[in-house]
Design a protein. Structure first.
Length: 74
């Protein structure tokens, strides 16, 4: 019974006591941030969305502060 590979009951070193512990499951927010926001494949799409939101916000601020220049009150 002393085969070179051993029996199926003899575990290999590190099988039951491996040095790495499994990582805890990540929350949906962390997984979404990693897959959608910081993903290099989606960089230019994220830049386009960022510019669009910034341009819209600046337009709203401009219309609130100086909208009377474009649409005078009669």
């Amino acid at each position: 019974m002393s085969q070179k590979g051993g029996s199926y009951l003899s575990a290999q070193p590190g099988f039951l006591n491996s040095g790495r512990r499994p990582q805890p499951p990540q929350s949906w927010l962390v997984r979404w941030w990693r897959e959608e926001i910081t993903n290099p494949n989606k960089f230019w799409g994220n830049v386009a969305v960022g510019w669009s939101v910034a341009f819209f916000g600046l337009g709203v601020i401009f219309m609130r502060k100086a909208g009377w220049l474009l649409a005078p009150v009669f």
